[in-house]
Structures are given as C-alpha cells and as structure tokens.
Design a protein around this ligand. Structure first.
Ligand code: ADP
Ligand code: ZN
Ligand code: MG
Length: 480
C-alpha cells in the first residue's frame, strides 16, 4: 500500500444475462452471431429511429446499487455523450451523467475490501447505465500491424452498467481485490457472466500526490489492470523523480508491449457535450419499486460466506472461495444436501474440482459435474472402493466430461485391489525383477518409493501406496 498513490476505477459491467440490447429488441448475443446480423435502425443510429429502454437492465442496475449501499435516484435521466469514433454510429453514446437536469441511477455507497491491514471501504461515486459501442477488430490482432480494421455492430447497444469509484484505491493489489469482489457480486446478482469474453472493461485513473491524474482506458482483464497500474506508478514516479510534472492525459494499455501509450481521446469532460437525450423521457423510480426489487434480491455473496462459516463451520477462507462464483456455491450446497459432511465437500471442490476448472481457464460454462456425481465420487472414496489416485484420475471426466463416477469405475474395472494376496504377488514380482533397487532400499529406506511405484503401476493405481509400502518393507526384511 502506498499513501501517495490514488486510483479510481470506472468499471463497465456487461449485462450479458439479458436477451436483448439496451434500447432495441435486437439480440444481445454478439459472440456467436455472424458480424452485423443482430442490428436494426436503432442500434445503427439511423435518423428517425427511437430508442426504448430495457426495463430488465434498469432493474438489475437498481439491484446492484442496493447491494453497494448506493442511493437510488427517483428520476433516471439518459444523456447523450458525444464523441466521434467508428465504433459509435450515432456520433454519441446513450449514457448517464451527473449535472444540471441529469442523474445517473444511483450515487454514493461503497464496497469493503480486506486490505493489507484493516478492511477499508472503497467509496462509489456513481452507478449508471450506458450502451456498448460496436466492436472493432484488427485482422492481425495487433492494431499497429494491421493494414485495416473491421467493425461489428452486433455489440452496438449491448447494455453496460458503469460503476465509478472514488479515488480510494491505493495499489494494484487493492484494485484486484475490489474488482474480484465486484465481479462476484455481479455474478450472484445475475448481471454479468464473468466466463464470457469482454464481460467487463475498466478505465483506470491514477495519480501521485500533488500531481495531475492519468486515465488508462479500456482494460479487459484483472491481470492487465494490475500490470497497467504498476507500469503507470513506475512511469509517473520516474517523471516526478526527474523533477518533471505529470500531464493530465488519456493513455491506453498495450498488452502485447506491456506498456501504456498516449491516445488521442477527449481529455476533459466538457468535450463530451452531455445533455439529456430528448428521445428518452426521464423515468420515475418510486420507493415502492426499489423496495420490491430489494425484497426479490438473492442472498449477497458476503452474507452467504458468513452463513457458510456459521452453518457449515467452514473456515473464512473456504467460505470465501466457495462463494466466489454463484455456480460453485450452488454446487457446494446441493452436494452437501445429498452427501452431508460440508468439510469434505468443500475440500474436494476447492482443492480438486477448482484445480480442474482452473486448468480450463476457470470457465464454469465447461463444468458438467452435478451435485449427484460429486457426492458419488466422495462416497466411492469413503468406502475405500477406489484409491485417491483413481479418484484424481477420473475427476476431470466427472467435472468436464459429465461422466458418472460409479459407471466409470464399474466399466473400467478401477475398483481398488483389496485382496492382500494379489498385492503380495505383485510385490514379489517387482522385488524379483529389481534386485538393484531392493539393495538400494535396504540401505536407504527412502529408495523404497521406486518399488512402491512399480507395484502401483502394475495395479494401474488401484491400490493404497501406504499398504504396498508396508508389504514390500516386510518382504525385503526392513520390518516384520
Ligand atoms: P466525474 O465525471 O463524476 O467528475 P470523473 O470523470 O472526474 O468523475 O472521475 C472519473 C474517475 O477518476 C473516478 O473513478 C475518480 O475516482 C477518478 N479520479 C478523480 N480524481 C482522481 C485523482 N486525483 N487520482 C486518481 N483518480 C481520480
Ligand atoms: Zn438493434
Ligand atoms: Mg469520467
């Protein structure tokens, strides 16, 4: 943590859980559709077309505001934010702003993060809705190396919820903790599916004490946000140390080069020429509506984590990991209902299940495991009918392949070898065939692992290595 550093974030959460765009009825699915197929006069900004607000998105934004402790305004105003860029067909973006006659959905509130010391509140400045611009793609990935660019207007008009923090963040680490928590919240509230590419984008504002701030626009991953913050702090420090002053400017993060560069963008808010959109009359929000939305809200992740500690006696760490994704929390609770033993379920999910999911980019959409299949796997291990080794071996097929663990074990003969006689015969065979290794093991007990490994191989992992080790020790005279 660094007292001299001030960081404020503008987070754009994509509302990718609704079917249609923000101001028209085009499908909001721009990922799987062919380019420029989900478009209409409204999201292409053609003259004479009229936007109609998506009520579901407004309700979700109010829900997020309530969860953040923000004050919901009683009159929502959409504004036009002007700038000229090929991704913006109208020449303005429908957005929200604070100013005379203008009001975003909510102001104030905050999110508590566990800092390096005491927990700290990162205050929220405002929360509003805006539309996503179109998507520009570069045929060779790197803009500097591409002779032309392409525009896909399918994304034009996809709803975004913008959360703007006060400059309360002090380090790249705090930025990550804050964003993790906000994304978990958006996942639980059914606002954003973090598994989808482009689920969020962040503008990072960074300043040093008594210096102007620099805005780094449009960073799409938490890892890159951390890197961009560290890069900027070092760059700005270098300038100040050399007696220079920081210029107020907008930069962009180039992930390929690992550096920020000046971009020609608007530097000051006045240049956006905000004014209320005359096509969209203000929307009144009554206290009753806010109350009704509040009453229908799902359990918030931090309350869920507290309940896990209380109800299932989990550690705070385990509880926090399990609620980090709604799908994971659901899998946990439903498996406990079937199997019982929350500790064991938590342990398998956190250490083994998540390992498999993370090896696939942490994408929960790939998960095919059911509470039933996880419970069955745990029971097979309890009964001692499969070894830990086999359990780990088939885990991926259960988690990603959606296979039934009982079926795998039955079909492929993976049951543990419980007959001592069979294990003794295999051990004798290995001892016979590896006289050199037996000599080593007699001199250095650690070398016995090689022999154990050979027997395990012959059983195809279907035995308890501890037991094999005991048998071998006995047979080569290390123990009786
Ligand atoms: P507004 O449009 O309401 O004035 P701004 O555009 O000024 O808000 O602020 C945008 C972001 O810049 C916010 O996240 C805010 O926290 C951040 N910010 C403002 N001042 C500073 C500063 N001195 N250092 C770092 N970030 C700042
Ligand atoms: Zn449209
Ligand atoms: Mg701004």
């Amino acid at each position: 943590m660094d007292r001299g550093v001030m960081i404020g974030l503008e987070i754009h959460l994509q509302v990718n859980t609704v079917k249609t765009k923000m101001f028209c009825r085009c499908s909001s699915d721009y990922r799987s559709a062919l380019p420029n197929t989900n478009i209409c006069p409204v999201c292409l900004g053609l003259p004479g077309s009229l936007p109609v607000p998506n009520k579901a998105v407004i309700r979700k934004a109010i829900m997020l505001a309530i969860a953040l402790g923000s004050r919901v305004v009683d009159r929502i105003v959409f504004v036009r934010k002007h700038y000229f860029y090929p991704d913006l067909p109208k020449g303005y973006q429908i957005s929200q702003h604070r100013g005379p006659g203008m009001a975003p959905i909510a102001v104030g509130g905050g999110l508590e993060i566990e800092g390096e010391g005491e927990p700290r509140i990162i205050r929220i400045r405002r929360l509003g809705i805006e539309e996503d611009p179109a998507r520009i793609t570069y045929p060779y990935g790197d803009p500097l190396k591409s002779p032309y660019s392409l525009i896909d207007y399918n994304r034009s008009g996809v709803p975004l919820i913008e959360v703007v923090t006060e400059p309360d963040i002090r380090s790249s680490r705090e930025a990550r903790v804050f964003l993790d928590k906000l994304l978990t919240l958006a996942d639980h509230l059914g606002i954003t599916n973090p598994d989808l590419e482009g689920a969020f984008r962040v503008d990072v504002n960074i300043s040093l004490e008594n210096q102007e701030r620099v805005e780094v626009k449009n960073i799409g991953s938490i890892r890159d946000i951390e890197k961009a913050i560290n890069y900027e702090i070092a760059r700005q420090r270098g300038i100040v140390a050399g007696g220079g002053k920081i210029k107020r400017e907008t930069r962009h993060w180039d992930p390929l080069r690992g550096a920020t560069f000046v971009s020609r963008h608007k530097e000051y808010e006045e240049e956006y020429r905000y004014f209320p959109d005359p096509d969209l009359p203000p929307i009144a929000v009554s206290a009753e509506v806010v109350k009704e939305i509040e009453d229908g809200m799902p359990e918030l992740p931090w309350h869920m984590a507290e309940r896990y500690v209380r109800e299932y006696s989990l550690s705070r760490y385990a509880a926090r990991v399990l609620v980090s994704r709604r799908a994971l929390a659901e899998l946990f609770e439903r498996t406990v209902k079937i199997y019982g033993d929350p500790d064991k379920v938590a342990d398998l999910l956190i250490n083994d299940f998540l390992g498999v999911v993370n090896s696939r980019g942490g994408n929960f959409q790939l998960v095919r495991a059911t509470p039933e299949s996880i419970a069955k796997l745990l029971s097979l291990m309890d009964k001692g009918v499969i070894s830990i080794k086999i359990a780990k071996m088939i885990l991926k097929r259960v988690v990603i392949g959606g296979e039934d663990p009982e079926e795998i074990v039955a079909r492929e003969g993976l049951l543990v070898i419980s007959s001592d006689k069979e294990l003794e015969e295999l051990a004798e065979k290995v001892i016979r065939e590896n006289p050199k290794a037996v000599e080593d093991a007699r001199r250095n007990p650690k070398a016995i692992n090689y022999l154990v490994g050979q027997v395990m191989k012959l059983t195809r992992g279907r035995a308890d290595p501890q037991k094999i080790s005991e048998i071998i020790r006995r047979k080569i005279g290390l123990e009786r």
